[in-house]
Design a protein around this ligand. Structure first.
Ligand code: ZN
Length: 58
């Protein structure tokens, strides 16, 4: 099952895609077994990492 509620992902990590884009990967807060991800802009990824909201994972 795919999770749509990606806004409040738990333990978010920022990863880089093969094409050089950024993605946040985390766990669905409702279905803790499920990994969810969201595309991020470079700006948003850097802001989230600077603010300590997401862990750098690349
Ligand atoms: Zn879910």
């Amino acid at each position: 099952m795919k999770c749509k509620e990606q806004v409040d992902m738990k333990e978010p990590k920022v990863v880089q895609t093969a094409r050089g884009g950024y993605m946040a990967k985390g766990k669905c807060p409702t279905h803790t077994e499920t990994t969810v991800c969201a595309i991020m802009s470079k700006d948003n990824a850097e802001k989230a990492m600077d603010a300590g909201e997401a862990e750098k994972a690349f």
